[in-house]
Every structure is written in structure tokens, then in C-alpha cells.
Design a protein around this ligand. Structure first.
Ligand code: NDP
Ligand code: MG
Length: 422
């Protein structure tokens, strides 16, 4: 029987995993080449920090950003990357200028980000924000790389198809989202047929104790004040609406091939326990750590071994108390919608993600109130289903087409939702 953790990366196909199993120290002895997609972001920053601390073990192949040319060039110079790319096609000359005399190749536009992912690195961090990360992540998957997946939206967008393609290419997907990394570690304690459920924890975000009427009116500044984690803007807003937890429920289902009823969410304001797995003997195995993304990323970077991490050691006596609450599906309807989309299937999670991306951008742009984010997602999914658009996704192109169409539907519903909210 294959242990669950391996089953996750093997897609239940025992022979497909190209990554050496535990205790094979050959991999650790070699210098590993790494690429970081989204190097200028929050996850990128944590990843580069880990790489900085282990220069003898890792060599940087390619780095990418969206428009932060100077930040990207600084990293490319520091790590002597072979290739650097920005997604904004208008920034190529600026990037060239910033890297002049270094010999570092550079590119711009979506195709250059995909090219960066296709460069021959052993390990790729997929940390672009949003569904824009799907094609680059697939480019790494298709050449059978080890992909540390932070970019949950690309998995929610492409669903089963992403994992099938990884299995076909012999790619290894290592979950680096903290909750999924916790599950990945805990699942190693048992087999698939012994699993009862997984539990992913949620801090509850800045509005955990707020009344629904106050959440409705929350400002951007309030939504960006996460109590525990320092993250990029989009995921911070998703955490405030608990859409992030919804995305993570879907992410867990696809990563580990779980049914919706096998995934529970537990609010845990201290963010110390990240995920737990309950087995048939009623043992519950948990992973703990400070709320520092360098911990799960270090696990992915070292896997199948463990590297020395720079994060603070966990001092539970100092923390004193760990508390737990049931999630509130009424004040945080995004979580309910995620379960519904997962149960509906046939592209519904793609629509859920696309509509949420449009809603978050509209909220940031001051076009809708905070409470309208979930309403827009719900209205988009309802319209999608009413128009008989549900159909199983058979390819990445189909997922991208559904994503684009759903964005158009969401955009067309925006004025209606904004009006309702005012
Ligand atoms: P950030 O916004 O901080 O960084 C996003 C990165 O992607 C930046 O490098 C950005 O470039 C780049 N980028 C943005 N848009 C595009 C595009 N269209 N094409 C190519 N590159 C683009 O996000 P985070 O680091 O917080 O999150 C990244 C992913 O990881 C998300 O999917 C998130 O859900 C997930 N994640 C994040 C966690 C966290 O703690 N931050 C925790 C768990 C998961 P530029 O800097 O130039 O704008
Ligand atoms: Mg998470």
C-alpha cells in the first residue's frame, strides 16, 4: 500500500514519481537547480530567503515577476540567474537595461514566463498570483519537474486536469500552501483506506468576530490587516472573506483526491496548527509551526529530506493557548460557495475562482463593497448553471476558456451586484 503522502504526489500511480524516496541521500548531495515563478512576491520573497541561506545546495535557473522590474533584476543579479522574465511586455527594455553586462538572458510577456518555467530546473516554485499562473505551472509540470505549488488558483481553475497532466508527465507536485503542506506531512502516517477526514485550519481573518453588517461595509485597509500572516494583497483579501479557505478546500480535494465530505475547516485564530488528518483508529495527526511561510516552503525545498530552516522555533509555553471554533458559513458565504462549487464540479470551481478574482479586483478598485464579493461569486455561478454551461473540463485550454467566459459573466453582473450593495 502506498502511504497517503506519496499517493498525493503519485496521483495514486505507484511508478510515476521521479523524485527519490526518503533516505536516498544522493539527491541531497547534488546541487539542485531551481526556478521561482513569482519571485518578486510574498512567497517569492520567502523562497529567495531560503535559497540565500543555502547557496551551496541550490543554483537559480530562472526568476519571474509581473511588473516589478527593479526588484526582479536585483534578485537575478544577486543569484546570478540564467534567465529573468517579466509578464508585462512593455517592460522588456527596462529589464534589459537593469541586467546589462550580467550575461543574464531576459524576456517579457506571458510567453517569457512560460519559457522561464520550461527552463531545465529540477525544482520550480509556482507562486504567480491568480489563474495567470496556470500556463506557466503547466509548462513546468509538462517537463516532469518537481513543482512546489503555492498558486492555489491555478489548481482550482484547472482541477483534476492539472493533476492528471502531472501524473502523465511524471511531475511531482509538492503542496506549499501551509495547510496542504501540513496535510502532506500528516498523511504519511496512514494509508488511503484508513483516512476518515482531513481538517484544514483557518485563522478566521480580521473579521472573525465581526457582525455580518460590519463585514458588508469593511474597507480595503481593514481587509488588508491580517492578524497572523504577511502575504500578497489578493490572498490577504481572500483571507478576510474566507474565500481563501474555500479555495483551499477545493485545492485539498484536487491535490489529495478527496471528496468534499472528507474535508473539514476549523477556525484556529493562533495559526499554529495548520492541518490535521483523522484516521480510522481515531488518531488525529497534526502539523504545527509558527505562521511563517518559510516553514512549508523549506519542507518542499528539502523534500524528501529536511533542510535547516531559519524560522523561529515554536514555543508553545509562551503561546499558552490554542483555541478552536466552528466556521460560520453565514457570515462567510464564500466558504459555503466553495463546497457547493466542488460538489457541482464540471467547471464550477473554475467559475468560482474566476468570479472571485474579478470581485477582488473590483473591491480593490472601489467598485463594490466587501460584502458584494461573495454575492458576485454566487450570482456568477448561478448564471453559469442557468445558462447550461456546466461541462467536464478535458484540457487546460477548456479550463482557460471557462475562466475567460466566467470573467466576462462576472464583469457583466458587477453593476447589478454593486447596486444591490449600496
Ligand atoms: P504576491 O502578490 O505577493 O506575488 C505575486 C507574484 O506573481 C509576484 O511576483 C508578481 O509580480 C507575480 N505576478 C502577478 N501577476 C502576474 C501575471 N499576470 N503573470 C506573471 N506573474 C504575475 O502574491 P503571494 O506571493 O502572496 O501569492 C502567490 C500565490 O501563492 C497565490 O496564488 C497565493 O494564493 C499563494 N499563497 C500565498 C501565500 C502567502 O503567504 N503569501 C500562502 C499560501 C499560498 P510583481 O511583483 O511584479 O507584481
Ligand atoms: Mg493557506
Amino acid at each position: 500500500m502506498v502511504p497517503m503522502a506519496l499517493a498525493a504526489v503519485l496521483w495514486f500511480g505507484e511508478t510515476m514519481n521521479p523524485v527519490p524516496l526518503r533516505n536516498n541521500k544522493a539527491a541531497a548531495a547534488n546541487v539542485r537547480s531551481v526556478t521561482v515563478l513569482g519571485a518578486t512576491g510574498s512567497i517569492g520573497d520567502s523562497t529567495m530567503d531560503l535559497l540565500r541561506g543555502a547557496r551551496d545546495r541550490y543554483r537559480v535557473e530562472a526568476l519571474t515577476g509581473n511588473s516589478n522590474v527593479q526588484g526582479l533584476a536585483k534578485l537575478a543579479r544577486e543569484f546570478n540567474a540564467r534567465f529573468a522574465a517579466v509578464a508585462d511586455p512593455a517592460r522588456l527594455s527596462e529589464l534589459r537595461e537593469a541586467l546589462a553586462g550580467t550575461g543574464i538572458e531576459c524576456g517579457a510577456g506571458e510567453s517569457a514566463i512560460i519559457e522561464a518555467a520550461a527552463h531545465p530546473a529540477d525544482w520550480v516554485m509556482a507562486a504567480v498570483s491568480g489563474a495567470a499562473g496556470l500556463k506557466p505551472a503547466l509548462a513546468a509540470v509538462d517537463r516532469g519537474a518537481t513543482v512546489a505549488l503555492a498558486n492555489k488558483e491555478c489548481l482550482v481553475c484547472a482541477g483534476d486536469f492539472f493533476m492528471e497532466r502531472a501524473a502523465k508527465a511524471g511531475a511531482c507536485i509538492l503542496p506549499s500552501d501551509s495547510e496542504h503542506n501540513a496535510l502532506f506531512q500528516a498523511l504519511a502516517s496512514g494509508n488511503r483506506d484508513e483516512l476518515v477526514r482531513v481538517i484544514i485550519t483557518a485563522s478566521g481573518g480580521p473579521f472573525r468576530t465581526w457582525a455580518a453588517s460590519d463585514i458588508e461595509q469593511a474597507t480595503l485597509a481593514q481587509a488588508l490587516k491580517h492578524p497572523n500572516w504577511s502575504m500578497g494583497q489578493k490572498i490577504t483579501i481572500d483571507s478576510a472573506s474566507m474565500m481563501n479557505k474555500g479555495l483551499e478546500v477545493i485545492e485539498a480535494a484536487y491535490l489529495f483526491s478527496l471528496k468534499p465530505d472528507e474535508i473539514d475547516v476549523l477556525v484556529h485564530p493562533q495559526s499554529i496548527i495548520h492541518g490535521m488528518v483523522e484516521f480510522s483508529d481515531r488518531s488525529v495527526v497534526a502539523q504545527l509551526g509558527a505562521p511563517d511561510m518559510r516553514i512549508p516552503i523549506a519542507h518542499c525545498l528539502g523534500w524528501p529530506d529536511r533542510i535547516k530552516g531559519p524560522s523561529a522555533r515554536l514555543d508553545l509555553a509562551k503561546i499558552g493557548q490554542l483555541t478552536f471554533e466552528a466556521p460560520d458559513f453565514e457570515r462567510f458565504p464564500g466558504l459555503r460557495l466553495a463546497y457547493e462549487a466542488l460538489r457541482t464540479g464540471r467547471g464550477a470551481t473554475t467559475v468560482f475562482n474566476a468570479a472571485n478574482e474579478i470581485a477582488v479586483a473590483a473591491f480593490i478598485g472601489g467598485k463594490i463593497k466587501f460584502g458584494a464579493i461573495a454575492r458576485l461569486v454566487e450570482a456568477t455561478i448561478e448564471t453559469w448553471i442557468r445558462s447550461s454551461n456546466l461541462a467536464p473540463l478535458r484540457s487546460a485550454d477548456e479550463a482557460i476558456a471557462v475562466d475567460n467566459n466566467a470573467r466576462n459573466v462576472a464583469a457583466s453582473l458587477l453593476p447589478h451586484v454593486a447596486l444591490k450593495a449600496s
